[in-house]
Design a protein around this ligand. Structure first.
Ligand SMILES: Nc1ncnc2c1ncn2[C@@H]1O[C@H](COP(=O)(O)OP(=O)(O)OP(=O)(O)O)[C@@H](O)[C@H]1O
Ligand SMILES: [Mg+2]
Length: 410
């Protein structure tokens, strides 16, 4: 039978697991265009429909267990209670209640089920529920007829763009992302980190292509949990994670007892990139990545190497590469950026992870003052009317994590 226009593939599987109810059902998957390709997976846009014409055609309760930190989410709930939602930008098959039962559009990420590299993506996505983290709706395994290998399929909510595409879009027109948008995006990113780090989870691959955005609503959601891990105190983890330009200095020198502060370094790199229109530290090799950082922060102190990895024998870049103070250096590099943004960056881009700002310190920084004003308005690109953003709808768990800082945000 001929497939509807634009459809790449359509198939029915007996066991598709609903992430919210943990029940598996027979569902039909209709795949549209490819929307992403990464080092590990392929991402396609798709819609799903319960086969048997029933949204409650449950067959089995899945045995996939939730990880222990589910309870640590302290009652946080799914950001949406209904898996049928209409997303922005992809309007050729929105679910508006009369779409023959098709749910979506979704983004399906497909990765080989068995690899040498241990991915905890499904395990972690199953238990994180936050407005600024992409939500998992369904998942299933499927054997590919092309190579006879089993692939894990993660069916997630779909956003129309990434921060990488947005930065590129503005750079091509010789602009930067408008400041109010930057502030709203950065705030949401820091909020996602407050939550994730509160669960002990480090994303370990923060970079603009792993940050989904909707330029129509200025919503932001972190995606790609393929490298994420719950870090346990005093338990070593591999240091060869995170994409080169966004790697924290302690990772570069081979630290194995690092903390969630590696994500905060990534956050700093992402903020810097929004202002500069290009990655701030573009090392040509893993070794010279540290040199690029030293061009802004000066030589790393000896204590940094000692605390990160006393065995490090690589180049320590002890020669100062500029004559002014570090603050003046920041002002030179970010010559077009507002003083409060430079102050925030100076608190984040710090060698010592213990001195690096925490997510809650970031959230209360004066850079975000404007967002708290009742007069704050944001105009999405090309829109003639402003929209209201719901940036302060903190859950009880987030309020607990904010602790004494919450009075500054509410
Ligand atoms: N939920 C989603 N909605 C829309 N687009 C998405 C979604 N998830 C992923 N993408 C797109 O697919 C791309 C690749 O996805 P993802 O980063 O998860 O895969 P990956 O193979 O782990 O990538 P890499 O290793 O290169 O970082 C993203 O950069 C983004 O453009
Ligand atoms: Mg990615």
């Amino acid at each position: 039978m001929a497939q509807p226009a634009g459809v790449l593939k359509e198939y029915t599987l007996p066991q598709v697991v609903n992430n919210k109810t943990s029940t598996s059902s027979k569902m039909t998957i209709r795949e549209y265009k490819k929307i992403g390709e990464g080092a590990f997976g392929t991402v396609v846009e798709a819609v799903l429909r319960y086969a048997d014409n029933s949204s409650s055609s449950t067959t089995t309760t899945t045995t996939t267990s939730s990880s222990p930190h589910e309870t640590a989410a302290n009652g946080t709930t799914l950001s949406s209670t209904n898996e049928s939602f209409a997303s922005n930008g992809n309007n050729h098959h929105k679910d508006n209640g009369n779409n023959n039962g098709w749910l979506g559009p979704f983004a399906i990420k497909r990765v080989p089920a068995q690899t040498e590299y241990k991915s905890r993506e499904l395990e972690i996505l199953r238990v994180v529920h936050h407005p600024n983290i992409v939500s998992l709706r369904f998942f299933f395994d499927k054997r590919s007829s092309a190579d006879d290998k089993v692939y894990q399929n993660l069916v997630m909510e779909c956003l129309p763009s990434t921060l990488q595409s947005e930065i590129k879009f503005y750079r091509q027109s010789k602009y930067t992302i408008p400041y109010p948008h930057m502030k709203a995006y950065t705030f949401q990113l820091a909020r996602a980190m407050l939550y994730l780090h509160g669960l002990g989870v480090s994303h370990r691959d923060i970079k603009p292509s792993n940050i989904l955005v909707d330029p129509n609503t200025i919503q932001l959601k972190i995606c790609d949990f393929g490298s994420a891990k719950k870090l346990e105190p005093n338990q070593p983890s591999v240091s060869y994670i995170c994409s080169r330009y966004y790697r924290a200095p302690e990772l570069i020198v081979g630290c194995s007892l690092y903390t969630t502060k590696i994500d905060i370094w990534g956050l700093g790199c992402v903020i810097a990139e929004m202002f500069l229109g290009k990655p701030i530290f573009q090392g040509h090799s893993p070794e010279t990545q540290l040199k690029e950082i030293a061009k802004l922060l000066g030589p790393p102190p000896n204590t940094f190497f000692f605390k990160s990895n006393p065995q490090y024998r690589g180049n320590m870049y002890t020669t100062r590469m500029f004559s002014c103070t570090v603050e003046e250096r920041f002002k030179q590099i970010f010559s077009n950026s507002p003083p409060d943004a430079i102050d925030l960056l100076m608190k984040i881009l710090v060698y010592d992870p213990e001195q690096r700002a925490s997510p809650r310190k970031v959230l209360v920084h004066s850079f975000f003052q404007e967002l708290k004003s009742p007069e704050f308005k944001v105009y999405p690109r090309g829109a003639s009317a402003p929209i209201v953003l719901d940036l302060f709808n903190f859950s009880d768990f987030e309020l607990e994590l904010l602790g004494p800082y919450k009075s500054e945000l509410l």
